[in-house]
Design a protein around this ligand. Structure first.
Ligand code: NDP
Length: 419
């Protein structure tokens, strides 16, 4: 019997909510709390007749600590699954501590206003010290370690696919395939087509911030930063075919570097079509990706937020998206003194996801791991308190749950290497 609050009711949250409702024996009472309550009510109306999970809904501003504490004190959740915006990670973690709830999210903290002076000063120091300039990083949330430990609570960070499952794959590879891992390439391919000239498959503000920031990879204990989209490879993805993929900075490399210091080189690649890149470059050139507020007809607007309002809502792409995603990790390293390669990945079909939960596969591949991670915390399988990422827990029960809940693994011992 578990009481759970899900914050947000967008693309990812809607999948997680569907999936929790398929496991009513664990998720007995679920409160969907978001900025726009009508979205929560609409989903409740659809799901309640088909599930034994008792669903309630609430309006909440995830930026408002007092409102969060009031909601958590009333509902008494064992875990809060934060599937909204990463801007609110810290305030929700604070409210969880106040109300003795576990915490889970799917993206590392970044501030909404990147010109805020206190944050900016620390960011510039980190940029110089660590050598990467993405706005997101785990440092802010790792600082909560002792507070969560003292209360015997877990904060599970980044429990989507990437970050999330990719870290589970690293722990799984280390447990079953390698004595030492030498290199890791994470490959994220979305071979889906939604038919729009330009749309993002998850929150457009976060997506465009991530993709347009300088890329970086990790080698021999250091980050090496390069211009955005400056490294491109063509790769043949199982279930998808040939795609162009580009090197990006990605947050899980930061935690994997901390937890698996033996890995000498780590890179993250994501596929993009030409149309996406052309549109993104143009939008960047005209200032539409800026997070800095500007005055327009006497009103302050943030260009990237205005753009988000113009673009299709990722939660509505499901019906029209066809094709598959293929996301996984290629490793090299040693087992019993012998050098080997190993590739573990998942393929997910957009239309199959839509048939099951009315969402496209990018939301599906994020919402399902979030449900699985919450389940492992609630049933006591993952119990080490404190602030953790997925690779710090036993990967076997996680991979097992993913296999049974729509994200099965495929393994290869002769993968095509990136280069
Ligand atoms: P959406 O934009 O579809 O949904 C965001 C939700 O958060 C909306 O329901 C929105 O409400 C709600 N929200 C926004 N601001 C507030 C607020 N102040 N108070 C309360 N609720 C708020 O995003 P996605 O579902 O696509 O993405 C969700 C998260 O998952 C993001 O952090 C994204 O980066 C992450 N992600 C992680 C991936 C992974 O593999 N790890 C992959 C894809 C996404 P409203 O309806 O009013 O707009």
């Amino acid at each position: 019997m578990s009481r759970v609050i899900i914050i947000g009711c967008g693309g990812v949250a809607q999948v997680a909510i569907h999936k929790c409702c398929m496991h009513s024996e664990v998720f007995t009472d679920l409160c969907i709390a978001s900025r726009t309550k009508s979205k929560c009510d609409k989903l409740k109306e659809k799901l309640q007749p088909k599930t034994k999970t008792n669903i309630t809904t609430a309006q909440v501003d995830a930026n408002d600590y007092d409102a969060l504490v009031k909601l958590f004190k009333e509902f008494k959740p064992e875990i809060v699954m934060h599937l909204g915006m990463p801007y609110h990670n810290l305030v929700i973690m604070d409210a969880c501590l106040e109300c003795n709830s576990h915490y889970l999210d799917t993206a590392a903290y970044e501030p909404e206003d990147v010109s805020e002076p206190v944050w900016r000063k620390r960011y510039e120091e980190r940029r110089k010290e660590k050598g990467f300039s993405a706005y997101f990083d785990y440092a802010y949330q790792w600082e909560y370690m002792e507070k969560f430990r003292e209360k015997g609570l877990i904060a599970l960070l980044g429990c989507g696919f990437d970050p999330g499952v990719t870290q589970g794959y690293v722990a799984y590879a280390k447990k079953h395939e390698f004595d030492t891992i030498e290199t890791l390439d994470i490959l994220d391919c979305n071979g889906g087509d939604h038919g729009y000239p330009f749309a993002t498959n998850f929150n457009s503000e976060i997506n465009l911030r991530e993709v347009s920031s300088p890329a970086s990879y990790y080698e021999n204990g250091h980050w090496i930063e390069i211009p955005a989209m400056s490294v491109k490879h063509e790769y043949y993805f199982d279930g998808v075919g040939k795609k162009d993929m580009y090197l990006l900075h990605h947050e899980e490399i930061e935690s994997i570097a901390k937890n698996f210091p033996e890995i000498k080189r780590m890179r993250f690649y994501m596929t993009f079509g030409e149309s996406y890149i052309r549109h993104m470059n143009c939008l960047e050139d005209v200032g539409m990706l800026s997070t800095k507020p500007i005055m327009y007809e006497g009103k302050e607007i943030v260009p990237i937020q205005f753009l988000k309002a113009l673009l299709p809502d990722p939660a509505t792409l499901g019906a029209r998206t066809i094709g598959k995603t293929n996301i996984g990790c290629i490793f090299t390293g040693y087992k019993d003194g012998k050098w080997k390669k190993y590739y573990i990945y998942n393929m997910c079909d957009h239309q199959e996801s839509y048939k099951e939960v009315e969402s496209q596969a990018v939301s599906y591949t994020t919402g399902v791991p979030a449900m699985c991670g919450a389940m492992l915390i609630l049933n006591g399988t993952w119990k080490d308190s404190g602030v953790h990422t997925v690779e710090e827990y036993d990967p076997d029960p996680f991979i097992d749950l993913l296999n049974k809940n729509g994200l099965p693994i495929t393994e290869s011992y002769e993968p095509i290497m990136v280069d």
